[in-house]
Design a protein around this ligand. Structure first.
Ligand code: NAP
Length: 271
């Protein structure tokens, strides 16, 4: 049996769509009432051990979608509890959605690397999907203002952005043929690095690119409604892209998909 966690999240819902109609697949989410699917649904909350003991019963392959919203200690406790419970329940293989290696420059890399290490040290088989940053995330971080300017502090940097749908399809392909991927770590970044100027041009001639500084962006973000831990996450993401640390293309995406990736510019503009 395959279990996909985070089924109400954007990535999990896309994976669920890929696996719809399979008799061997179950979805996991904190809120099953919100899950619109014909697949069976279990309540899975990494913060609630009781839900994990029951929820992981009978699972052969666990697609563990990272639950990265929180301070590092929150996410480590959450992911640690999920892996502990998977071991206890006799799960055979965990496929974990991690962060691309270039993401080591990002403030939220630590929980991903910790989780990868915890999995490697577990008695279970494992596969790591090191996802690049979503094209949709870039689109959201660099949305044009009502007066037609993208002011995101991306400088002249670019991001090897990847459409979330591609990452979902790659994950689905891995879990349905999981034994072929035991012990593998895949780098799933886009094949084209997208800059702020290119994104503005893709929106159309009425949109210009006028990047602010990181300091200006930090002040705006800090004054907004985001949680305190999100301020360094967001500023650090802009900074890493602007510095060109997330621009490297290549990796394993095309091979896993068996086709060319979706154009990241289209996915970013549509976000
Ligand atoms: N590569 C990127 O650009 C990028 C960008 C943002 C985030 N991420 C990471 O990738 C993950 C999936 O991305 P997404 O686009 O689907 O994000 P999303 O739409 O914000 O979904 C967040 C996910 O976290 C799950 N979650 C939160 N708390 C949980 C808990 N206590 N126990 C179990 N699951 C929990 C949610 O599951 P339910 O609501 O179904 O319980 C949901 O799947 C994120 O959680 C984050 O770690 C990656």
């Amino acid at each position: 049996m395959i279990l996909v966690t985070g089924a109400n999240g954007a990535l999990g819902a896309l994976v669920a769509g890929q696996l719809a109609g399979r008799c061997d697949t179950v979805l996991g989410t904190r809120d099953p009432a919100r899950t619109a699917t014909a697949l069976p649904v279990r309540r899975i909350d990494f913060d609630d051990e009781d839900s994990l003991a029951w929820g992981f019963a009978g699972v052969d392959v666990l697609l563990m979608i990272s639950a990265g919203f929180g301070e590092d200690d929150t996410v480590l406790a959450r992911h640690g509890a999920a892996i502990d419970a998977a071991e206890k329940a006799g799960v055979g293989q965990v496929v974990y959605t991690s962060l691309t290696a270039a993401g080591d420059h990002l403030p939220y890399a630590l929980p991903h690397r910790w989780t990868e290490r915890r999995l490697r040290e577990s008695g279970m088989d494992w596969t790591v999907l090191r996802n690049g940053l979503y094209a949709e995330l870039l689109g959201a971080l660099a949305t044009p203002s009502p007066d037609g300017r993208i002011t995101a502090p991306l400088g002249t940097g670019a991001l090897a952005a990847v459409a979330r749908a591609d990452l979902a399809e790659a994950a689905a392909k891995v879990v349905v043929n999981a034994t072929a991927h035991v012990g593998k770590t895949y780098e799933l970044v886009g094949e084209r690095a997208v800059s702020g100027a290119q994104l503005a041009a893709a929106h159309g001639p009425h949109i210009s690119y006028a990047p602010t500084t990181l300091a200006e962006a930090r002040a705006v973000i800090a004054a907004s409604a985001v949680e305190p831990f999100q301020v360094p996450m967001l500023v650090g993401t802009y900074s890493a892209i602007a510095a060109g640390m997330l621009a490297d293309t290549g990796g394993d995406l095309r091979e896993l998909l068996g086709r060319a990736p979706i154009c990241p510019l289209s996915a970013a503009v549509a976000a």
